[in-house]
Design a protein around this ligand. Structure first.
Ligand code: C2E
Ligand code: MG
Ligand code: MG
Ligand code: MG
Length: 282
């Protein structure tokens, strides 16, 4: 109780903050070793077309299995990697690993499966991501339509011109660029116009309270109409219930992703799902 114990409570609070800061500081120092020791892993979550029920692609999501601390969330280690400069090395590992996986899937399961990779804005600032992607695809003899790049909207405001150039270069290579967490930034419409994305992913915060929350329902329907008018695909993230799915189908959303269909899973488990067709009726 902060009020009751006065200064003491404050001290306790500071100590915990220090512990937390110290722990984060320690983690920063472990990145390189963790990458070498293969503590990082990619999990994959399917995106499903609402017209065909087929899996159109997989989003690669990074996982850190720490030997002592257990699983560390990307919400924790990605910001740390960005701030410590490790994001380039980690991000390149993610791109290479996802490409290797999609190559294996295309060879063994056939089809046109794609993998979407999240790329941090900090990585765009540090290196020529389009050149790295081009070299990776060439080396692995992969066509550009096997890879998609997701960029989170809330960070687009910094270094707009660098990212704009990178997005143009990626699209020239034939790689689709998606705006992730759409609606969470300060200038969603401006970014939509400026970046000419191939698809937008509605942030899960707008999906969570569908269909009952009328404001969210209005926003999501308007976004779907907007995407249709712009002739781009719109993906709903974080779909967990049948009621959410029914709403999105009725509004003619393009694709969905979420626990209702599958949690992100290791590649081996995902392989079995690749050719599955979902049925939405009943
Ligand atoms: P994101 O790209 O928006 O990914 C979606 C997040 O929502 C993932 O969390 C996913 O596991 C979670 N999710 C999917 N379906 C559902 C659902 O139905 N309900 C709920 N509650 N959550 C769902 P995750 O894997 O913890 O990743 C968090 C964020 O970390 C990602 O958000 C992305 O911004 C970032 N991230 C993950 N992997 C990478 C990476 O390799 N590189 C970069 N730069 N960022 C990454
Ligand atoms: Mg994403
Ligand atoms: Mg997202
Ligand atoms: Mg995100």
């Amino acid at each position: 109780n902060a009020k009751g114990t006065g200064g003491n409570a404050c001290k306790v609070y500071e100590t915990t903050m220090d512990d937390k800061a110290y722990e984060l500081y320690m983690l920063r120092g472990e990145f390189r070793k963790a990458l070498e020791q293969q503590q990082f892993e990619l999990h994959y979550q399917p995106k499903i077309s609402l017209t065909t029920g087929r899996i159109t692609g997989m989003e690669a999501l990074a996982r850190w299995r720490h030997p002592e601390k257990g699983n560390i969330s990307p919400a924790v280690f990605i910001p740390l990697a960005e701030e410590s400069g490790f994001i380039q090395e980690l991000g390149n590992w993610v791109i290479q690993t996802a490409c290797r996986q999609v190559k294996e899937w295309r060879e063994t399961e056939g089809g046109e499966i794609k993998v979407a990779v999240n790329v941090s804005v900090k990585q765009f600032i540090k290196q020529d991501v389009a050149a790295f992607v081009k070299a990776t695809l060439e080396e692995m003899e992969l066509p550009p339509d096997c890879l998609e790049i997701e960029i989170t909207e809330s960070v687009l405001s910094s270094h707009e011109s660098v990212i704009q150039q990178a997005v143009n270069n990626l699209q020239k290579l034939g790689i689709k660029v998606l705006i992730d967490d759409f609606g969470t930034g300060y200038a969603s419409m401006t970014y939509l116009k400026q970046f000419r994305a191939d698809a937008i992913k509605i942030d899960q915060s707008f999906i969570r309270h569908l269909p009952n929350n009328q404001d969210d329902a209005a926003i999501v329907s308007a976004l779907i109409t907007l995407a249709q008018a712009l002739d781009i695909c719109i993906v709903a993230e974080g779909v967990e219930t049948k009621a959410q799915l029914d709403f999105l189908r009725e509004k003619k959303c393009c694709e969905v992703q979420g626990y209702y269909f599958s949690k992100p899973l290791p590649a081996a488990q995902m392989s079995k799902l690749l050719n599955r067709q979902f049925s939405f009726e009943q």
